[in-house]
Design a binder for this molecule. Sequence first.
Ligand code: F0G
Length: 469
Amino acid sequence: MNLSLTEAAFQRCISRRCGATFAVDEVLTACPKCGHLLDVAYDWDRLPPPKSLAEFEALWADRANPLSFSGVWRFRRLLPFAPPELCVTIGEGQTLLHRADAVARYVGVQPDRLYLQYEGMNPSGSFKDNGMSAAFSHARMVGATTAACASTGNTSASLAIYCAVTRLMRAVIFVGSGKIAYGKLSQALDYGALTLQIAGDFDDAMARVQQVAKQLGIYLVNSVNPFRLEGQKTIMYRVLEALRWEPPDWIVVPGGNLGNSSAFGKAFMELLELGLIRRAPRLAVINAAGANTLYQLYEQQSLRWNRGEPNMTAADRFFGQMDAEGRRASTIASAIEINRPVNLTKCLRALEVCSGVVREVTDQDILDAKAQVGAGGLGCEPASAASVAGAKKLRAEGVIGPNERVVCVLTGHQLKDPNATVAYHTAERTQCEKVLAPYGVTQAPFANRPVAVANDLDEIVRQIQAHSH
Ligand code: F0G
């Protein structure tokens, strides 16, 4: 291994009081001294960072090199923990920032002010591949042969595809039984992952996978793994690149386990430190109302990063009460059906760096926003549309101004969860009310209903004419 590199990159406890450091080739998911989360940190003096962000554009000319083609490793000078020969890529991060005028109208901002960062274009169809390429590279650095995760479906699809394509490791995935959308389950099965359906939900699966990883010495790729988040920083680099390195006013992202929001905050924190940007965008993290731990703690109870000393007693009290009342997460946006976000403290830091806000949106808001995104031609899964629903809410409150430039992150592809989409569009006609009603979704104002028609030429023509205005 390249020694100067492994010395200049290290792991560091995020707690200001502790701040313990560990070598980059140790396998850790929490600080062994105090239990807080870890960051990957860099001694930038020994790893000269780029002088300007425009340097990355030069790498577009070198696309025959798989690491320059990768939308993650193209930025490797900003996540320099792995020697290039060990970096794993399957072509992740070829994602685009789309101007979306129809969605802008829906949200209530000026037509050229709203952009969608479409992470559904990744090889496994979600943003997770950004982080998986980084975690997988670290797993390879430390010689892991089996990798595991708990998942609401996308992390597991991502781990499974990296294992299947590279053949470097075996995948063991934990999912809550009945808690994963079919598109995602089908990916894990097709890619050959050992798939354990736990009788419980994501929060149960997450607790179990950590125990099992420890007991069996399996490499854990959930976002408690600090290397995962290094890869997810690059989503923001690509947003900046698409905007000619001018930060937008807002980044709006769904919040589940809070890995993405944490990674975005770290990306901006480092770019500010390095003098590569002069201001960070504001960050809006959007919870589903049925899985709203962050909203409760941040907006209702004013839990703050507090210069690295968040009041964890308040958080512990919140979780204690949640357990005492037997409250479980419940939302049709199954990707973010999470009540115990493992990256809570890192997300608080991100909210501080980016003057953040947190909002909750209902499943009705989510599915309506999703239909608007789909009508605009990109399509996303329900959790992703929380970002658009959240932007609309913040605009209605006047927190987002009509002329502010807003980037909503679409985290997962439309085909991940066809059941939710079909249920919305067919709500009145079929038994699909059964899918929506338990989540409080009672209307489908933007439904594009299928037209039932007899197998008869005249009747078919009549229906087409009746629907062609
Ligand atoms: N959107 C989608 C499509 C997701 O799959 C997830 C998380 C999120 C948003 C939330 O992101 O956890 O970084 O706050 N999915 C995880 C999984 C939990 O297992 O696939 P986060």
